[in-house]
Write a protein that binds this ligand. Structure first.
Ligand code: NAP
Length: 271
């Protein structure tokens, strides 16, 4: 990699960032595409200062991750339509000082699902009601997927269900999964709760397609349980890869080198 005065700077802002795979994925993509660009991790507790820094240093693009996807919205100049509906931004493009926010989590999850199934009309149960669930929920609504949200806290679950015009069930009340697709969007299954799953394996039906948004570890407790029950599964790497590929194309206008990006992520995960 050549770094000189014209190297274009990109990065990810969030806290904590010790487990981020963005640098591995995006730097492999820049290199494969022959772009003089670099992607760094900016672990920060000061998102307002970070946004000022993007403008001051002419950083061309920034991924935004936990816990800033919502709080960054009022700090930037424009938000695209889907990100506005979702109320969360995970990607910023710096167009000559004008910062525009996008949400590629939604596209990433939908692409991962559409590689495994056709969506319209399939009933879906989504566990969780945070930022990822909100993004995926809006995209599923646009594809006419009948959705039920199951969440630990009633308030947040009911609010998302009301925003999406769908059903809500408290996570603790779940006794059956009446859905063709199950999407898991809580942190249960990643460190420090890596051995946990949000639902007992006995609830999994073998016809249900099970997707976990967690990508590190790649084989979560839920996905292991699902495979033991004979369910088809999708791991979080697919969503991560497609949301990152969408970012790459938004920033550079270049078709993403998917295979190289996937290989870089899997290598970083030790797979
Ligand atoms: P978030 O906004 O903090 O939401 C977390 C959700 O998980 C909330 O609904 C919360 O329920 C629930 N939850 C947290 N701890 C729980 C527990 N112990 N038991 C049951 N429910 C619990 O987080 P997020 O941004 O949506 O991210 C969620 C997960 O998705 C993370 O693991 C993240 O890494 C992953 N993700 C993956 C990708 C990808 O590309 N693969 C992209 C985005 C996110 P309450 O309302 O009860 O608190």
């Amino acid at each position: 990699m050549k770094i000189d005065h014209s190297t274009v700077l990109y990065g990810v802002a969030g806290y904590p960032l010790s487990h981020t795979l963005g640098p591995a994925m995006h730097n492999a993509a820049f290199s494969a595409a022959g772009l003089n660009a670099i992607y760094l991790a900016f672990e920060t507790l000061d998102i307002e200062g970070c946004i000022k820094g993007i403008r001051a240093l002419d950083i061309k693009g920034m991924s935004i991750t936990i816990p800033y996807k919502t709080s960054v919205v009022p700090l930037i100049d424009e938000v695209d339509e889907l990100a506005g509906k979702i109320g969360a931004v995970n990607t910023i493009i710096n167009r000559e000082g004008h910062l525009v926010g996008y949400n590629t989590d939604a596209v990433g999850a939908i692409r991962a699902l559409e590689e495994a199934t056709t969506l319209p009309g399939k009933r879906c149960l989504m566990i969780g009601a945070g930022g990822a669930a909100r993004a995926i929920g809006f995209a599923l609504g646009e594809r006419e997927v009948p959705l039920t949200i199951a969440n630990r806290s009633k308030d947040r679950g009911e609010k998302l269900a009301s925003d999406l015009g769908c059903q809500f069930i408290p996570l603790g009340d779940l006794t059956r999964i009446e859905a063709e697709i199950l999407i898991q969007t809580t942190p249960l299954g990643m460190a420090p709760q890596a051995e946990k799953s949000p639902i007992p394996s006995g609830l999994l039906e073998r016809e249900t397609l099970v997707m976990d948004a967690i990508y590190n570890p790649i084989h979560t407790r839920l996905l292991k349980d699902a495979r033991e029950r004979g369910c088809p599964t999708i791991n979080g790497v697919e969503m991560f890869l497609y949301q990152g590929a969408e970012q790459f194309e938004l920033w550079t206008g270049v078709k993403p080198p998917y295979d190289i990006m996937r290989e870089a992520v899997l290598n970083a995960l030790g797979q």
